[in-house]
Ligand binder design. Structure first.
Ligand SMILES: *[C@@H]1O[C@H](CO)[C@@H](O)[C@H](O)[C@H]1NC(C)=O
Ligand SMILES: *[C@@H]1O[C@H](CO)[C@@H](O)[C@H](O)[C@H]1NC(C)=O
Length: 578
């Protein structure tokens, strides 16, 4: 009886010995870093930006622990996610769930990326030899549902195919490999409230300290999702060459301390502290964190004097051209609880600055739609280049299949006059009904301080009866347009011929001109020809009424008998039949 387990044990020992004897490269150390950056905006709002970064080794083959048994060992990288990536052969992916609207007057520190409101999933899948396009799409769909299940994102299965595009002009391939060996897939779904408590719970379970210690204990859903704008981001990338992988988790939220102050019966001050923003205190640090910092961007927009507390464990640094106060959480918690605060001692009521005093973003974008009836209209964007230089912008659209654009009607104007130089290059993939969305990408060059407008005509399709949502009269959501500002061309050097024009080669131009800013317009609602769904009910109700009236009278006539009642004088109890 004992012989079999013993034999297995011997085999296991032999295998372990072999694995130990084999020459292995020194393992990459694992690390976990967490940081929180607070930025106060001129209009009194506060942006909290949490970043949790997990780095670890990544071996494609895994460790052989026994004959035919391969194990993948990760201490920090969550196994839930790594097994998913291995199974679907994904090189990198980025999932963002966001709610609310990022106001154009909020300052943007370049480079920045503001995702579309709703769900956005971008992934580079490895191209497998001998796999057909159909199978690859199936792999993408399986990956999408797995990710959606993991983060409670609710991507409906039949919507994946009709919302997937490959906007290669706007998404650079990251990593050491060859972009040609990978395929880009992007799914975008407009949703009203994509970032919510249900998505935060699985997010927390991926962090080594969950919500028990360290900065992740500040992730209080009651406060985060009460903000003006909320974001949950998950980004994964692996590097096969150096055998490392990185998972970055991000939570962003814009809160309004003035509103909260008024709610507590005060006059409305813009001061804030960690306690007032998240209603939690920091008393323990995450023991596995290699670095844990809280950063506060020193406000430059304020003319009134302000004070930043506490002084303990604080350093002042210049990061990317901004002065930032940085606290080392582990060091600060050695003595007492840490509560960072920014206060304006002389200010009782916050005065909202004039609109002209608010910062101007490099690009201002706006969605334009002109509907003519419910079937036809014009749709497009307006982009204002507020920079002093010419801006090269990639305009990307992904329209649902039921919105057919006509490219021949594209109208480009600069400052209101028709221009032929605005669109430098264009790539258009028309839609296939119930299969593929329309995708459009265009390279625009906008002169300094100029307003560019692009509009094209569209026609909407009629849907099947079952394809209408329960409230068809609300309108149908069209995802926002994405505008990517490319970084300025590198100065001409000796070995490369100086050419200012962008070349769109097979390997893309993004490698040379990394994106500096990505903006998305808000989701638009479009009305579709909607049948009058109440008509069948009206007919049913009318018919039922007529039948009920008829049947009622017939029944009455059949079962009732009529007779005359003689009312005799009192005492004589006599009723005579008719
Ligand atoms: C991070 O800390 C762990 C121990 O807590 C250590 O083993 C690891 O080497 C550190 N990583 C780096 C990159 O320093
Ligand atoms: C557009 O108008 C602005 C001022 O309103 C001007 O500065 C800019 O040069 C104009 N652009 C073109 C291309 O005419």
């Amino acid at each position: 009886m004992l012989a079999r387990p013993l034999a297995a044990l011997v085999l296991l020992c032999a295998a372990t010995a072999r694995a130990l004897a084999a020459p292995t490269s020194p393992p990459q150390p694992e690390s976990y870093r967490e940081s929180l950056r607070l930025t106060s905006f001129p209009d009194g709002k506060v942006l909290s930006d949490f970043t949790f970064t997990l780095d670890g080794p990544w071996h494609e083959r895994g460790n052989e622990v026994a004959l035919n048994t391969v194990a993948h060992h990760h201490t920090l990288l969550p196994r839930l996610l790594t097994s998913l990536i291995r199974q679907h052969r994904v090189a990198s992916f980025h999932l963002t769930l966001s709610s609310g609207r990022w106001l154009p007057t909020w300052p943007i520190h370049l480079p920045a990326e503001l995702p579309a409101s709703g769900i956005e999933l971008t992934a580079w899948l490895e191209v497998l030899e001998g796999e057909s396009d159909g199978d690859e799409r199936k792999r993408w769909q399986a990956f999408t549902s797995a990710v959606s299940g993991l983060f409670c994102a609710g991507v409906v299965a039949d919507g994946v195919e009709t919302s997937t595009t490959s906007p290669t002009w706007a998404v650079p391939f990251e990593g050491p490999g060859d972009a040609a060996e990978h395929r880009l897939y992007r799914l975008s779904m407009p949703r009203l409230a994509a970032a919510c408590t249900e998505s935060l719970t699985p997010f927390l379970s991926l962090l080594p300290c969950a919500s028990h210690a360290g900065l992740s204990s500040f992730l209080n859903p009651h406060r985060l999702f009460d903000g003006e704008w909320t974001l949950i981001g998950i980004q994964f990338a692996k590097d096969d060459e150096h055998e490392t992988a990185r998972l970055a988790l991000e939570v962003g939220s814009v809160q309004d301390p003035v509103r909260r102050d008024r709610l507590t019966g005060q006059m409305g001050r813009r001061e804030f502290s960690l306690k007032s923003l998240y209603d939690r205190a920091l008393s323990t640090s995450c023991p596995v964190a290699n670095a844990s910092t809280i950063e506060l961007v020193v406000p430059t927009h304020s003319t009134n004097p302000f004070s930043i507390e506490p002084d303990r464990a604080r350093v002042l640094k210049n990061v990317d051209g901004r002065d930032v106060a940085i606290w080392d959480v582990q060091q600060a918690l050695e003595t007492a609880q840490l509560d960072v605060s920014l206060t304006w001692p002389g200010e009782n009521v916050f005065q909202h600055p004039l609109r002209s005093k608010l910062p101007v973003p490099p690009l201002t974008v706006r969605r334009i739609t002109h509907a003519v009836g419910v079937e036809r209209g014009r749709i497009g964007v307006e982009v204002v280049n507020n920079l002093e230089d010419e801006a090269e912008v990639v305009w990307g659209e992904s329209w649902p299949w039921w919105l057919r654009g006509y490219l021949s009607t594209l109208e480009a104007t600069l400052n209101g006059t028709t221009s032929t130089d605005l669109v430098a290059d264009l790539d258009y993939t028309p839609s296939i009904a119930r299969k593929r969305p329309t995708s459009l990408q265009a390279l625009l060059s906008i002169p300094p301080r100029t307003t560019a407008r692009l509009l094209l005509a569209y026609e909407t399709a009629s849907l099947w009866y079952t394809e209408y949502p329960s409230d068809a009269n609300r309108g149908f959501s069209v995802p926002g347009a994405s505008l990517t500002l490319l970084s300025p061309p590198p100065p001409p050097s000796h070995d490369t011929p100086s050419s200012s024009a962008l070349q769109i080669g097979d390997d893309g131009f993004l490698a040379l001109r990394p994106p500096r800013l990505r903006l998305t317009t808000p989701t638009t609602l479009v009305s579709l020809p909607t049948p009058d769904f109440s008509m069948p009910y009206n007919v049913i109700i009318l018919t039922s009424t007529v039948i009920a009236l008829y049947f009622g009278s017939v029944l009455n006539g059949m079962v009732r008998r009529w007779w005359v009642v003689d009312v005799a004088p009192a005492g004589e109890d006599k009723v005579k039949d008719e």
